[in-house]
Design a protein around this ligand. Structure first.
Ligand code: SF4
Length: 254
């Protein structure tokens, strides 16, 4: 049975409420249509994800840099957000070259040559308290090297802003751990956010998932009980898609 829209929660939805309830209302309650400004970061990130998805779908001995490059180029060309995302052709070329250089570096890693993922770009979900659903699309799931469960991997093309031991506090990591455990019916031994450009990663070995589920449920209940979605201004208002509709945000930005 399909879960109603107001009872389904993705990590970005939860994060939006935590960041600013007013923004949450614009986006998920009122569903105000907006014209999202195209962004080079999004085109770049989508193309790199597509390249890694294509290459890791192959057996290790068939993975080559050329396959990854072709997949990146194809995704780049097909991206509807591409138009208007770049300042000029030179700007777009520079981003493209950055992507190719990143893939060249990844192609040299042992992971590229040896990993055998169990799932790629897969939806995972978990029902909480019977009728609410937490869900997310997971980049990759590997069997843990020592067995007895899996490793959930999420690729990031942006900067790493998570403290060394902070991944367990991230709502995205928490939802992924619960959702993959429920969907794949196996223990999640590690969640790993791989920051490709920064060449660093954050790793969390989830324990006490029952407690985490209870915390997420409290957040969901809070969202459901909210009738006044108050603005929470911050430096992020400057990047908010709803800024023009938000007097508090406009005052913050000045
Ligand atoms: S502009 Fe700022 S306060 Fe207004 S909705 Fe966006 S994030 Fe919230």
């Amino acid at each position: 049975m399909r879960v109603p829209r107001d009872k389904r929660f993705s990590p970005s939805q939860l994060n939006t409420f935590v960041q600013c309830p007013r923004k949450y209302s614009f986006q998920y309650v009122e569903r105000v249509p907006i014209e999202r400004k195209p962004s080079p970061h999004l085109v770049f990130g989508s193309a790199i994800h597509a390249a890694l998805d294509a290459v890791y779908a192959l057996p290790p001995d068939q993975r080559t840099l050329a396959v990854a490059e072709d997949a990146m180029r194809e995704a780049w060309k097909a991206d509807k957000e591409r138009k208007g995302a770049f300042e000029s052709l030179e700007d777009e070329r520079a981003w493209g070259l950055k992507g190719l250089a990143l893939l060249a570096r990844i192609a040299e890693t042992d992971d590229f040559k040896q990993a055998t993922p169990r799932a790629l770009e897969d939806w995972a979900s978990v029902m909480v308290e019977g009728d609410r659903e937490l869900f997310g699309k997971v980049d990759r799931v590997d069997d843990h090297a020592e067995g007895g469960g899996v490793v959930v991997i999420d690729y990031k093309t942006g900067k790493c802003r998570i403290a060394e031991d902070g991944l367990g506090d991230e709502l995205q990591a928490q939802v992924y751990a619960l959702a993959v455990q429920a969907s794949m019916k196996t223990a999640v031994r590690e969640v790993r956010f791989v920051f490709l450009e920064a060449e660093t990663e954050r790793i969390w070995e989830p324990t006490e998932l029952d407690e985490i589920e209870a915390e997420l449920l409290r957040l969901i209940d809070k969202i459901a009980a909210t009738t006044e979605f108050a603005p929470a201004t911050s430096r992020l208002c400057g990047w908010c898609d709803y800024l023009d509709l938000c007097p508090a945000g406009l005052a913050e930005v000045g």
